[in-house]
Design a protein around this ligand. Sequence first.
Ligand code: KG4
Ligand code: ZN
Length: 409
Amino acid sequence: MLVLGIETTCDETAAAVVERQSDGTGRILSNIVRSQTEEHAAFGGVVPEIAARAHVDLLDGIVERAMKEAGVGFAQLSAVAAAAGPGLIGGVIVGLTTAKAIAMVHNTPLIAVNHLEAHALTPRLTCALAFPYCLFLASGGHTQIVAVIGVGKYVRLGTTVDDAMGEAFDKVAKMLALPYPGGPEVERAASGGDAKRFAFPRPMLGRADANFSLSGLKTAVRNEASRITPLEPQDIRDLCASFQAAVLDSTADRLSVGLRLFHEQFGPPRALVAAGGVAANQAIRGALQDVAARAQTTLIIPPPALCTDNGAMIAWAGAERLALGLTDGSIQTPRRRRDLRTPALAFRGFSMDRESCGKPLPLPACGETSDCEAIRVRGYRARYFFNIRGSKSPSPQPSPRKCGAREHS
Ligand code: KG4
Ligand code: ZN
């Protein structure tokens, strides 16, 4: 089966085509990611409104490139999958409604994917990992330890009680005037620093649960930085190294507890899997290696491009769901918050089936050129946006461009 996946939950606009064989193995045919780092850099973080507008501008072109690079036509797709949350709501709406429009136009199933589930299932795409396994997900928005028992079967063993790990890296970078995105910058600075110079706290060390806490550590860095200000370059490197060392110690301790809880409830995990942007950090990878070895399990970390947000993970999660007949995307709604444990529920008053959108859009007179398809997709999407705003008046018509005109390049 061939699945197109769309990811727009944060500041990456991404689309990919993935093939799932009948034996359950997968192959990435295309994986296009356009990071919006430049758009947000001046603000030192992701600005939701800018992100949503950039997704609107970029997504059609990214989908087109993904399809072209995969050498696949829309008619060949077995399904279209899109991240339906959690994430920044504007971006989620753009991705999910675009996927819905494509699915309707091409009469193909729509699969609304939980972004966290997509991270969780990625090692099954990269190395056909069997269930159950233990996932450590650390990104800009999440820090969780999850028992992955099967598709749609997840048990959260630990979570952050305040900041996400990537968020803490980003905030530390910002307070030290390092560029955005902060995680890689802190790692780079830390490599030339003295990790023992500042004795920062090791949050949650020794606790019986497997939760994380990062905001106190972040505040400790802030206090120390203001105490020794003005900061010399070596001070910044030492602060970063000391902060990262505290994160490593805390992570190793929390994961050891998480793996013990996993073992008690589900027996030995087939692997410890790390995902999310923070898993790109080499020092953290080293610490995870030790944790996995102590727990007598294997550490699996997908390649960096599949650890950070991408369309292939969404397409793959869609393919896994499709293989089980789970294609209930037509009632799924974009969600800012979405938990791995609970299935997504539709918001009241936001029905997404074809009937609710009024009459089908008229086809442009010249027939099925790709430009016409683009107009149809945009037209349906316009109707969805219109419905979201709650208007009871008739939906707007698609932009009346000529069929020969380029819709996007
Ligand atoms: O998974 P991701 O690409 O996007 C989501 O947040 O969903 O993760 C991005 C986060 C950012 O906070 C970024 O600073 C962090 O991952 N990150 C890192 C590194 N690379 C990315 N944190 C620490 N070290 C890194 N090398
Ligand atoms: Zn993510």
